[in-house]
Ligand binder design. Structure first.
Ligand SMILES: *Cc1c(COP(=O)(O)O)cnc(C)c1O
Length: 397
């Protein structure tokens, strides 16, 4: 089976993990700090804080911005449930802004309109969470202008976008890596095995605000500090630590960080390979009238995390059969995503259908083709030929 997404590990990766297993530190130790430093260097952020998942990272990022009961975040319906769940974990509520049917990302025009309308009733978001779907950067320049005008914070869910770039306001500087914090307060990345690089499970949050970095470090480890400046007791014994906030155990282990460090050295190679494979898809499927191919970003550079095509309208009713035929042929297709407000858990909260009708329309037709750096160009040819044959079979029906 050619999986839709999969880690690519080398003997060097494995050797780095084994080194940690033979060392003094297993859980959070020197490898975690090294990984954080290297990640900051890669994306040009002042600080990075590694955690045990992107879900934990989102939770802590929202908490660092003070999200609490009575507050609301706005995000895209076309995302993994964790983006929204993390806000509910803070006691806040969620609302959705529909996608742009071309980019599959949160539509900034709709965001602006919703902000304008909501200003009258006073229910504005505390945080807006754009998701760089499939690794295609959102229009962050415009979103950040709206943030200034309507005073909300921004957390980027960049789970798909390690190694992606957005256009910078300053054209001379050209593209800037996602995570550089040019347009947001915090950026959260996932290091799950299907994502761009992996630590097994894991996430990392970048920020340029030292106060946020401090809060994240405190909350990922029980809210416990060993910094004497924060103690309520003067001159305590050297065993002394104090819990100053309610925190969690969201630490990354050194075992994971060693893998992350090793994976990071291959980020460029991974991104290049994803680009080659995506370009092959465009070339081979470019004239196939039964499907719509994803748009390459007009500005910035995609990390090509997912290759999500849409079936033509006449094939919608055959989607289940097309999906099964492809799986049977050994092609591990998938679907990203069923709109979050349609999930059983969210459905009870009765969202306005107008806030996810484009996302629903997209979902009806969406099909994710395999794309990961462990695939070969021959795999892409095989997938495209099989896909064309299967589509033809159902288009004629
Ligand atoms: C994978 C993913 C997450 C969750 O990542 P974990 O590291 O598995 O917690 C959150 N948001 C998006 C958009 C994702 O794709």
């Amino acid at each position: 089976m050619i999986k839709y997404g999969c880690q690519k590990l080398s003997e060097a990766d494995i050797a780095e993990v084994v080194k940690v297993l033979r060392s003094e530190f297993l859980t959070q130790g020197p490898a975690v700090s090294n990984f954080e430093n290297e990640f900051s260097k890669m994306c040009g952020s002042k600080d990075s804080v590694a955690v045990n998942s992107a879900t934990s990272g989102l939770h802590l990022a929202y908490l660092a911005l003070g999200l609490k009961t009575g507050d609301q975040i706005w995000t895209t319906p076309n995302t993994f449930v964790a983006t929204a769940n993390a806000a509910l974990m803070c006691g806040a509520s969620v609302d959705f802004v529909d996608i742009d049917p071309k980019t599959y990302n949160l539509c900034v025009d709709k965001l602006e309109l919703k902000l304008k309308n909501r200003k009258k009733t006073g229910r504005l978001p505390k945080i807006v969470v754009p998701v760089h779907f499939a690794g295609t950067p959102c229009d962050m320049e415009r979103i950040s202008h709206l943030a200034d005008k309507y005073s909300f914070s921004i957390v980027e869910d960049a789970s798909h976008a390690v190694g992606a770039y957005y256009e910078s306001e300053d054209k001379e500087r050209g593209c800037r890596p996602v995570g550089s914090g040019l347009y947001s307060d915090l950026t959260v990345f996932s290091l799950h095995p299907v994502k761009i690089i992996t630590t097994g499970e894991g996430g990392i949050v970048t920020t340029n605000d030292p106060a946020h970095g401090e809060t994240l470090r405190l909350l990922r480890s029980h809210g416990v500090t060993r910094d004497s400046d924060q103690f309520t007791i003067s001159k305590p014994g050297s065993w002394h630590y104090e819990q100053v906030k309610l925190g969690y155990n969201y630490r990354m282990t050194d075992i994971q960080a060693a893998l992350g460090l090793s994976q990071l050295t291959k980020l460029n190679e991974f991104i290049k390979m994803r680009r080659v494979l995506a370009d092959d898809y465009y070339k081979i499927l470019g004239n196939c009238e039964d499907i719509t191919l994803p748009l390459q970003p007009q500005t910035g550079i995609s990390s090509n995390h997912l290759f999500s095509i849409q079936l033509s309208a006449k094939l919608i009713n055959s989607k289940k059969a097309i999906f099964s035929d492809l799986i049977e042929a050994g092609i591990g297709v998938n679907v990203h995503y069923r709109p979050v407000p349609e999930q059983a858990f969210y459905n009870k909260m009765s969202f306005d259908e107008n806030d996810y009708s484009c996302a629903e329309n997209y979902y009806q037709r969406a099909l994710t083709l395999p794309l990961h750096p462990g695939m070969t160009r021959e795999d892409v040819i095989f997938i495209c030929e099989t896909l064309k044959r299967v589509l033809k079979k159902y288009a004629q029906k």
